[in-house]
Write a protein that binds this ligand. Structure first.
Ligand code: F1P
Length: 368
C-alpha cells in the first residue's frame, strides 16, 4: 500500500475561498525568483568547484511529476549551454532500469530536482547513485534538511518557493530560475546578471495578462487544450499541461510543435485552444503550426518575447525583454498557471484540493 501524505489544510468554508492558496502562490512567484537568484549567487563558488573538479562525462537530470517536467526543461539547457551531453529521466526509471540510463563507463553528474526533498523515487535514485556508482549529486529544491538533501553533494534550496498547495506553481518556477541561474553562472556571468530583471518583468507580465488568463480559462468556450513547446520549452509545455489537468480535470496534452501535425491535430475543433510556447530559434516553424490550427477552427494563444502577427495568434502574451532564451523560461509560466486556475474555478473545482492528489508521494518499502 502506498503511504500517501495527506495535504495539510482543511476544506474551504465557501466557494469564493476556493483556491486562495494556489492563486496567492501564482501571483507571488516573482519574489521566489529573486530568492532563487540570490541562492545561486551565494553558492556560486561551491557550484564552480563541483563542476570543475567533477570533470563529468554527462549530466542526468531527474525528478517526479512536475519536477520530471522541470528536468525536461533543464537537460536541454545544460547540453546547449555547457556543451555536455544531458538527458532527463523520471526518477522511477533510474531506480528500476539504471542500466538503460547510466552510461557504462561514464562519470555522470546526477541533478535531482524535488520541491519537497521527500519523494521516495527521487531519494532512492540519489541514494543508489551515491552508494552504487559513487557518483556526485547536485540537488535543487525548496525544503532544506530533507532526506534528498542528505543524499546530495551540493543543494540549492529556495525556501521562498515553498507552498501550501499540492500543485506546484511558485516552487516550480523558483526551481527553474535556480537551474537557469546555475547554468548561467557556469557559462556567462553576464547572463546571470541580466536575469536580475526577471522578477520585475514577471510582476508586470502578471499585471498585464491576468485578465486574459481569466477570460480564456473561465469563459467555458473551450473543452480541450493543447500546449505546444519545442527545444527549451517542451518541458514547460508538459508542466503547464499538468497544471491544467491537476487543477481543472480537463482534456489537455502537451506536444512538440512539429509533432502536433502527425496525428494529434485531428482533435482540433472550434472548442479547442492551442497554446504555443514560441521559441526564438524555430519561431517561423512554430507559428506556421499555429496558423494551420486556426485554419482547422481552433483558437490560438502564442507566448513569445516579441509580438507575432494576428494571422498566427488569436491571443498573445509578449514578454518584450530581449533576454537570451536560456535565461527567461520562467516567463512562460504564470499566465498559463492562471489559465488552469481559472478553468478549475469556472468548473466549480478547488485548485487547493486537486482530485486524487497529495503534495508528496512517499512509498512503502515494499513499493519502492
Ligand atoms: C513530486 C510530485 C509533484 C506532484 C505532486 C506529487 O514532488 O510528483 O510533482 O505535483 O505534488 O509529488 P517533489 O519531489 O517535487 O516534491
Amino acid at each position: 500500500m502506498t503511504n500517501l501524505e495527506s495535504s495539510a489544510y482543511t476544506q474551504p468554508s465557501s466557494a469564493e475561498a476556493r483556491g486562495q492558496h494556489t492563486l496567492q502562490e501564482i501571483l507571488t512567484q516573482p519574489v521566489a525568483w529573486q530568492a532563487a537568484l540570490d541562492v545561486v549567487k551565494t553558492h556560486q563558488p561551491a557550484l564552480r568547484q563541483l563542476w570543475d573538479e567533477g570533470r563529468f562525462s554527462d549530466v542526468i537530470v531527474t525528478g517526479c511529476g512536475s519536477t520530471h517536467y522541470l528536468s525536461q526543461a533543464v537537460a536541454p539547457l545544460i547540453q546547449q549551454q555547457l556543451g555536455k551531453r544531458a538527458r532527463y529521466v523520471p526518477a522511477s526509471e533510474l531506480v528500476l532500469f539504471p542500466e538503460t540510463i547510466l552510461p557504462p563507463d561514464g562519470s555522470s553528474l546526477l541533478l535531482t530536482i524535488s520541491r519537497s526533498g521527500r519523494t521516495t523515487e527521487t531519494i532512492r535514485a540519489a541514494s543508489n547513485y551515491q552508494t552504487q556508482q559513487h557518483g556526485k549529486v547536485l540537488n535543487i529544491g525548496c525544503y532544506d534538511g530533507m532526506e534528498l538533501v542528505v543524499h546530495s553533494d551540493l543543494a540549492l534550496i529556495v525556501a521562498e518557493g515553498q507552498e501550501q498547495s499540492v500543485v506546484q506553481t511558485r516552487s516550480f518556477s523558483a526551481m527553474l530560475t535556480a537551474a537557469q541561474a546555475a547554468v548561467a553562472s557556469l557559462t556567462d556571468e553576464q547572463h546571470l546578471q541580466v536575469m536580475s530583471s526577471l522578477p520585475a518583468v514577471g510582476e508586470q507580465l502578471i499585471a498585464t495578462y491576468h485578465e486574459l488568463a481569466r477570460e480564456l480559462g473561465g469563459g467555458g468556450r473551450f473543452d480541450r487544450f493543447y500546449f505546444l513547446g519545442s527545444g527549451l520549452q517542451y518541458g514547460l509545455a508538459s508542466e503547464v499541461n499538468l497544471k491544467m489537468k491537476e487543477m481543472s480535470l480537463s482534456v489537455s496534452e502537451a506536444f512538440h510543435f512539429m509533432e502536433f501535425r502527425h496525428g494529434p491535430m485531428s482533435m482540433v475543433n472550434e472548442r479547442t485552444l492551442v497554446v504555443g510556447l514560441v521559441s526564438e530559434q524555430a519561431k517561423n516553424y512554430e507559428l506556421a503550426v499555429l496558423r494551420e490550427m486556426r485554419a482547422l477552427g481552433g483558437q490560438t494563444l502564442a507566448l513569445s518575447d516579441q509580438p507575432v502577427s494576428e494571422q498566427e495568434a488569436d491571443y498573445q502574451v509578449n514578454f518584450q525583454t530581449g533576454l537570451p532564451e536560456s535565461s527567461r523560461g520562467v516567463l512562460y509560466l504564470p499566465i498559463l498557471q492562471l489559465l488552469g486556475y481559472y478553468r478549475a474555478i469556472s468548473k466549480g473545482l478547488d485548485p487547493d484540493q486537486p482530485h486524487n492528489l497529495t503534495a508528496v508521494i512517499v512509498l512503502e518499502p515494499e513499493n519502492a
